[in-house]
Design a protein. Structure first.
Lengths: 219, 288
């Protein structure tokens, strides 16, 4: 039988080791560089799509589930929504802000799943990040190669937050997703108020999805 | 034919200018009434003819054949892309573009295979509208043309050069020219089938969505993908619920930033009209 103090010391040491391990694991996930994060997630999603026959046939539910599991955790939807709503953001109540964010998120997921459905094995090139380690706001550049055309650029604007790096805007071929919604949201709020915008988004999100050309046409 | 088309464009431009007075709204789009009419005309044409033909094309031809068609026309385009890069003071890009043309026209069998991309000679996207933009010409008013779609005053001037100098549109005999033009347009539309479906899903108001995307895209292209950061910097409210007062303060400068986007400029409009006249005289003298 060990003396009580030794048992205690062992337990303490064990706890310390476990804690240290936990802290290190957490630190690692937090420290994962934004460009590494984008590359890892992109390659993982592409890999799943290439292996999944249902997704290739245009199974929207599965694509959406995939996005929700792998991609959404790395997006800051509230920042995206507030930026897209712009100067009208402070006109919305806290409850309206939450509903707006939710509807905008659904719309973006729908659109994104539609884009993924038409993905056809293009090669992506991941550019190393040109940023200082102290930077908290960076842009990660990805280029998608396409035959007979200039490579398409995808730029992720990312911000360092307590839970890791989060995307707050995506620019495809120089077109900012957030900026592109700003005029539409502005017009809606001008004509029908914040509530009108939420209603329009809700109606849009609950309309039937367009049949996927790629899905219908693939053998 | 070319002269008539130009006259048609000129009349439309005037109609567009006249439309300025009728609609108040976005300062970048003074001719919104006219543009929306053109947009719905184009949309109707696309629904009735463009999309069905492109879908049939896509379903009938296997992907490698469609790639060959795309590459063939992309190869021809590289000639003027190189010239535009030269006009924009980027001779190294010109060398790439013309080397691409040399490789693809020979080893790539008349441009059917894009071997140049395989060996690392990347394709560029340039046109006269971008060249004028690079020279400092402002966007001018946003414009939508029948069949040609989104444009603005500067890019319309550019388009006249693009079309006037297009080797495909110069090709003789006319029968071959027409066939090639239709094939090229069909292939382009087919390549955009996915994009247009995504647009349908993403947009609340397709007209506004497409207009803003066009303006953003052109700005990006003029700066070859990296426009000056200042203009795209967006003050955004923090996700962690800031004080309402702080939010209002943050929102105020943004309102100013939103309005300070390119305004239509009468001088640019006049320059465009003069540019419209230029190729008219040269084309008439060469008997085009």
């Amino acid at each position: 039988m060990f003396p009580r103090s030794v048992r205690l010391a062992t337990a303490a040491a064990a706890t310390a080791i476990v804690l240290a391990g936990g802290v290190r694991a957490q630190a690692q996930s937090e420290v994962q560089a934004p460009d590494v994060l984008v590359k890892t997630v992109t390659l993982e999603v592409v890999d799943i799509i290439q292996k999944d026959k249902d997704i290739q046939k245009g199974d929207r539910k599965k694509v959406i589930a995939l996005i929700e599991a792998k991609v959404l955790p790395h997006f800051n939807f509230q920042a995206m929504t507030s930026s897209a709503v712009g100067r009208n953001w402070d006109k919305a109540s806290a409850e309206q802000k939450a509903r707006l964010t939710d509807e905008f998120k659904t719309l973006l997921v729908r659109t994104y799943s539609s884009a993924l459905a038409s993905y056809s094995n293009q090669k992506s090139e991941f550019r190393p990040l040109r940023a200082k380690p102290s930077d908290t706001d960076v842009t990660v550049n990805v280029r998608v190669m396409q035959s007979g055309d200039q490579p398409m650029t995808i730029d992720y604007d990312m911000e360092k937050r307590p839970g890791g790096w989060k995307v707050w805007d995506v620019r495809v071929g120089g077109i900012s997703l957030v900026a592109n919604y700003r005029t539409e949201f502005d017009n809606q709020i001008r004509d029908n108020g914040v509530e009108g915008l939420i209603k329009t988004l809700y109606a849009k999100n609950n309309s039937p999805v367009q049949p996927s050309v790629a899905g219908a046409q693939k053998k | 034919m070319l002269r008539m088309a130009r006259y048609f464009l000129f009349v439309l431009l005037l109609a567009g200018a006249a439309g300025c007075a009728t609609t108040g709204g976005d300062s970048r789009d003074p001719a919104e009434g006219f543009n929306r009419a053109m947009y719905s005309f184009n949309d109707g044409f696309d629904e009735a003819i463009g999309k069905p033909v492109a879908t049939a094309y896509r379903n009938a031809l296997p992907s490698p054949i469609r790639s060959a068609v795309r590459n063939f026309f992309a190869n021809i385009a590289d000639l003027w892309i190189g010239a535009n890069n030269l006009l924009q003071g980027k001779p190294a890009d010109t060398v790439t573009d013309w080397a691409r043309f040399a490789f693809n026209s020979s080893i790539g069998i008349f441009g059917l295979i894009d071997v140049a991309s395989e060996i690392g000679l990347e394709k560029h996207d340039e046109d006269f509208g971008q060249t004028f933009g690079r020279w400092g010409v402002a966007d001018g008013a946003y414009l939508v043309w029948p069949f040609l779609g989104s444009s603005n005053v500067r890019d319309t001037a550019g388009l006249i050069f693009d079309l006037g100098l297009d080797p495909v549109l110069q090709h003789e005999p006319v029968r071959v020219r027409n066939a090639m033009t239709i094939l090229r347009a069909t292939g382009k539309r087919a390549d955009l089938l996915d994009a247009s479906r995504i647009l349908e899903e993403a947009a609340l108001d397709k007209y506004v969505f497409q207009r803003d995307a066009y303006l953003q895209r052109r700005r990006s292209l003029i700066y070859d993908g990296s426009p000056p950061r200042a203009a795209r910097e967006v003050p955004r409210a923090e996700a962690s619920e800031p004080e309402p007062a702080a939010q209002a303060a943050a929102a105020a400068p943004q309102a100013v930033a939103t309005i300070a986007v390119a305004r239509p400029d009468p001088a640019a409009m006049e320059a465009a009209v003069r540019l419209l006249e230029l190729p008219a005289t040269s084309a008439a003298s060469t008997g085009g």
